[in-house]
Design a protein around this ligand. Structure first.
Ligand SMILES: Cc1cc2nc3c(=O)[nH]c(=O)nc-3n(C[C@H](O)[C@H](O)[C@H](O)COP(=O)(O)OP(=O)(O)OC[C@H]3O[C@@H](n4cnc5c(N)ncnc54)[C@H](O)[C@@H]3O)c2cc1C
Length: 443
């Protein structure tokens, strides 16, 4: 058993910590490492792309799952894939895309490990068709705090299943996964990009897109004011039999890390205005599905200053009003997000800590600056006033009282944690921020 010290942070660089780190080579080693865990417990970490403190554990231990990346079997008839948690979504797409299969959820990045994506209950650009990746999971094998490996699925240890999915690693370590890959209907998708002038036009267009498009995502100009609030570029895509169109010229897909000044520029009204007005490739084009996938992997934006993400899910009824209120506040206060994306979601997720509900999920990224945290806490309150649920998956600022108001299955999650890990062997900065008793008493 080998441990070493390492400084780890979240992708948003708002939380970092020195931890004792281990990298098991085999699933059978996981219980042995768990036996050696001391103060502040241990947390699993996949590719570490959660924005905040979800996979960070100050003065504690972190288990990197990247080497647990064996594929055990794939059934061509049913699409059932059995593999370890360290396999990335991109690897699955590269291996099984050419054979006509696809993951049920089309996420923005393929860098996530399957274990991390399940533990974060990841949603995608097709959230209005399939709520979350977790819905396609048949069962998972979880190593619990006592070292025992337990299988959990919808019909077997369902409480454990619902707690581990979206549970941010606080219940146990996922060491084996059975997931169903879908038959990809066609090789290509027809992608359409349209400029929409305000929120009313957006909401009308989304009603149609919900019914007709296989994928739908919206880039919002958060600097737009008064009547133009909600102006955006709507991207929809649907599978098609049409052949892919070879563009005469296409922009190179940059895979370079872009430094802070570029990130800063993306938050300026000038950039947003230019992007809205000059947006390239508006109209329709047909491209291979695999090319359309994982748009976030082309550019890696860096900021050592830190980036906060606020992701809130609203019902169909409350969504338009809540989104208008948040966007109006952003434009009035001139707190511009460096990225603002809206996706639709189909239904409540099955996990106890899942945030998605049938309606809309608004995702906002902000560069850290003075006074921002207070403003974002205010937006969390606004979301709560509209019965929204702020997602725990990349959040850095939720407080225990927000969870109590927003998550109707919170008690079940807490109960599952008490049942499966009464000593809190699995813990993280995130876990202590939101679930430690001392903190609750302080309030
Ligand atoms: C560029 C980018 C694009 C993104 N796109 C999307 C998107 O389209 N949709 C979306 O919903 N989110 C998205 N996210 C955020 C997403 O929530 C997480 O970043 C991702 O799911 C985490 O996968 P990971 O392997 O990096 O896990 P980590 O960040 O390493 O961990 C995430 C959580 O899972 C737990 N965990 C990891 N492995 C295991 C395991 N084996 N067993 C138990 N628990 C485990 C960790 O403890 C942690 O709490 C994006 C983030 C980035 C940076």
């Amino acid at each position: 058993m080998h441990w070493y010290e390492m400084k780890l942070d979240g992708r948003g660089h708002t939380s970092s910590a020195l931890s004792q780190v281990c990298r098991p080579d085999r699933a059978a080693d996981v219980p042995k490492y768990l036996e050696q865990v001391g103060k502040n417990g241990i947390i699993a970490r996949g590719s570490g792309s959660s924005y905040a403190d979800q996979a960070v554990n100050v003065d504690g231990a972190v288990m990197m799952t990247g080497r647990l990346d064996c594929i055990r079997s794939f059934d061509e008839k049913t699409g059932e894939l059995i593999c370890e948690p360290g396999v990335t979504l991109k690897t699955i797409t590269e291996l099984y895309g050419p054979r006509g299969f696809m993951l049920a959820t089309a996420t923005r990045s393929g860098q996530h490990t399957l274990g991390g994506a399940i533990a974060a209950n990841i949603v995608g650009q097709n959230g209005h068709k399939r709520t979350s990746l977790a819905k396609s999971v048949n069962w998972i094998d979880v190593v619990l705090a006592n070292g025992e490996t337990v299988r959990a699925g919808n019909s077997e240890n369902a409480d454990l299943f619902k707690a581990v999915i979206g549970g941010q690693g606080l219940i146990g370590v996922i060491v084996l996964i059975s997931i169903t890959l879908l038959k990809r209907p066609e090789e290509n998708v027809v992608v359409e990009r349209r400029r929409l002038s305000d929120l009313n036009e957006l909401m009308e267009s989304l009603k149609t897109a919900r019914k007709t498009a296989d994928f739908c995502t919206v880039w919002i100009d958060t600097s737009a004011r008064s009547d133009a609030v909600g102006r955006c570029i709507l991207t929809t895509a649907s599978f098609t039999k049409d052949p892919a169109t070879e563009p005469l010229f296409s922009f190179p897909k940059i895979k370079l890390p872009l430094p802070y000044p570029v990130l800063y520029f993306t938050s300026l009204p000038l950039f947003k205005n230019l992007r809205y007005r000059l947006s390239f490739s508006l109209g329709k084009k047909v491209e291979p599905y695999e090319k359309f996938l994982y748009p976030s992997d082309h550019v890696h934006l860096l900021s050592q200053k830190g980036v906060y993400q606020l992701q809130a899910s609203f019902s169909e009824a409350e969504g338009p009003q809540a989104i208008r209120r948040i966007l109006t506040e952003l434009s009035q206060t001139r707190v511009s997000a460096c990225r603002a994306v809206l996706v639709m979601t189909k239904e409540d997720t099955l996990s106890y800590l899942g945030s998605a509900q049938r309606g809309y999920t608004l995702v906002l990224d902000f560069i850290r600056r003075k006074g921002l945290e207070d403003f974002l806490k205010h937006l969390i309150t606004v979301a709560g006033e509209h019965n929204g649920r702020v997602s725990v998956q990349d959040d850095a600022l939720l407080e225990p009282r927000n969870l109590v108001l927003m998550y109707k299955h919170l008690e079940e999650f807490v109960k599952a944690r008490e049942t499966y890990d009464p000593q809190k062997k699995f813990d993280s900065n995130f876990g202590r921020r939101l679930f430690s008793k001392e903190k609750k008493n302080e309030q």
